[in-house]
Design a protein around this ligand. Sequence first.
Ligand SMILES: Cc1cc2nc3c(=O)[nH]c(=O)nc-3n(C[C@H](O)[C@H](O)[C@H](O)COP(=O)(O)OP(=O)(O)OC[C@H]3O[C@@H](n4cnc5c(N)ncnc54)[C@H](O)[C@@H]3O)c2cc1C
Length: 544
Amino acid sequence: MQQYHFDTLIIGSGLAGLTLALNLAQNQKVAIVTKRSLQDSSSTWAQGGIAAVLSMEDSADAHIRDTLVAGAGLCDEAITRCVVENGPQAIKWLISQGVNFTRDSNHETGYHLTREGGHSVRRVIHINDATGKAVQSTLSTKIRTHPNIAILEHHIAVDLITSSKLAHHADKQNENARCYGAYVLDIKADTIHTISAHNTVLATGGAGKVYLYTTNPDTATGDGIAMGWRAGCRIANMEFIQFHPTCLYHPHAKSFLISEAVRGEGGLLKLPNGERFMPWHDERAELAPRDIVARAIDFEMKKRGLDCVYLDISHKSSEFLKQHFPTIYTRCHELGIDITRQPIPVVPAAHYTCGGIVVDRKGKTDLGNLYAIGETAHTGLHGANRLASNSLLECLVFGQAAAEDILSLSPVPPISLPKWDESRVTDADEEIVISHNWDELRRFMWSYVGIVRTNKRLQRAQHRINLLREEINEYYTNFRVTGDLLELRNLVTTADLIVQSAMLRHESRGLHYSLDYPNLLPQAQNTILRRKEFELASENSVPI
Ligand SMILES: Cc1cc2nc3c(=O)[nH]c(=O)nc-3n(C[C@H](O)[C@H](O)[C@H](O)COP(=O)(O)OP(=O)(O)OC[C@H]3O[C@@H](n4cnc5c(N)ncnc54)[C@H](O)[C@@H]3O)c2cc1C
């Protein structure tokens, strides 16, 4: 076991974490802890692009308006304005780092801009259909060669080290609640290190893996949200999970997105017997907004007991499909699906976590010296539904804002922190418990807390979560931790936060749809969860 000290500890290497690191490293010693390789993140998987006001035909007011409309009354207008107004300089910063956006010499900006659902003009800058991969690869190259940035790959943060936890163990009261760093498991060496830092930043992404079907990578297990919750931070709007209508359904295709552009170009959604069903649900049929299409697919699947539905674009020419959808064509072909002749099996899938740790406009959480940025955070930008391509923008703007704030603080000398105590644990006897619980959780969350909710389904889920939590806590207290156990523990906490939030919302708004409360309440309110004092106290009494 080692103890390390850094000026800033960043947990997570998605766009939010990398942006922050590069903006701090001129002046600070920074560590990036990431549980797989530097590139493993949702950010790398982002296809479409980044929304920003770049063209003369666009305006900040128009981008703000589109964001507020999508957010269904719950966006924070001041934060939305701040993010939108900082968009153009954030893109300039990426270009200055060497990101080579797709060009268009005929456009006044010199770049090609696309238009996505919910945007009133073309404002999405991109790198073909693999924006995230190109951005992350450019920034990662800089990060890897930076002398002030230490990279700890295959290291998973276990928990935050907070003053109240230390005070509890030293048996004394501490007035200023703050964060001192984190315990981090080196997955390959199977050792837990203590990392102390003047500032700690959660940039751990979303929680799509809480659902059976998700477009998210395996890293999206809600770790930061769960760690923030355990440390006493407020968590907001977790009921708003965005579901993408069409994720490829195939035993060997984990989380492969079939872009909405396929429906845009004439793709038709069909039942296994070839019958179309979207016209029964909405007059815009396949071109209805994302949440309506996802709900319709969910309805047909549940009603008929189907494993999937089909997206058929085989009526278009082979040349057209290969030219417009090269990535989709190739991936499906690898799996034995010829999209020029066959329909594509699809299911809706959890795509984006709108809620998260409550932060201010600098990314500061309720706890001193703890920040949260990117999908882990709740800034108020997304409201009850995220506008497409606003999330990468949020990562950039809040990564820069948090850096500015951190650099304005005067550093304090590190304190010595207690080591992780493994004296009372043994090796786990039955790993099967973990894999079984992972599976169970993701299945009942899909069935009971998915696209369409009811009071009864939420109660059922709550009951099962309580049982799982008990079992997992017992496991956590008695056995040596592993990456899988940590993720499962965080998934159960995140699932609990989603269910608690969904139960508190007695209306259908944005992404939250309840058959028991199908209407909109006149006043829009955020759902804010706060831990009860006694729960926090019992959390802090757990051996470190
Ligand atoms: C398929 C797909 C397509 C998308 N397309 C777009 C798009 O076109 N435009 C757009 O704006 N948005 C898009 N999104 C959403 C967007 O990609 C994400 O919201 C954004 O990338 C989140 O960035 P982040 O830095 O917050 O988190 P991530 O990029 O998810 O990074 C989180 C990081 O934290 C690490 N981590 C997590 N827990 C721990 C832990 N306990 N210890 C150590 N490390 C940890 C992970 O390994 C990872 O490195 C898409 C998402 C997906 C899944």
